[in-house]
Design a protein. Sequence first.
Length: 223
Amino acid sequence: MIAARSGTTAYATLLLLGVAACAIFATRSAAADPALDAQFRHMLLEDFRSRGVATIDRLDQDEVQKLCTDTRDRPSGATAQTLLKRQEERIRWPDDGRFMGDWRAGEKLAQEGRGMTWADRPGGPTGGSCYGCHRISPSEISFGTIGPSLLHLGRDRGSTPQMQRYVYGHIYNAKAYNLCSYMPRFGTSGALTQQQIRDLVALLLDPGSSVNTRNQPDRPKPP
């Protein structure tokens, strides 16, 4: 399910996902039991060792994550609408109005899974790890299925300015569109720059990109 690019990256990614999955499961199970929640938190603080950029505060929930935990990913009402609006306001749109960059740079970024682990230096390069959750280019045979397939997205839905803006905003902060989205908030978290997000938009929507070229097969041929 995870598109591993190297042994080290695969191990780090799987370990982090495992910790996060345990945290989500335990937190949700403990939502109605404060004592169990406190016990779980104590266990984390005892066993987790902060190192480099990987610190325990990554498991602290903000107001959106807490609402999704408490409602089991089914928030509704005025509170949910207010939080959606707040998340939308956190998107920083490009000053020049351009949403598309270089799709080739976007493909390299989508393939890259490094960054933000205990082995990475603060401020170091971060990849998109897009293939860990999505199918994108038809030539790539290793991809995840957590998220929807993005193959031929631009070909099927077009690359109008409105579509470019939507894809840019979704990559920048997916929770502005779906509060309980599992997609990382690449822009608001500072994981990716505006230019990197533009490059990913180009990868998905540029008619000439590897994702949308018509002469590429829908499924890779076996060796």
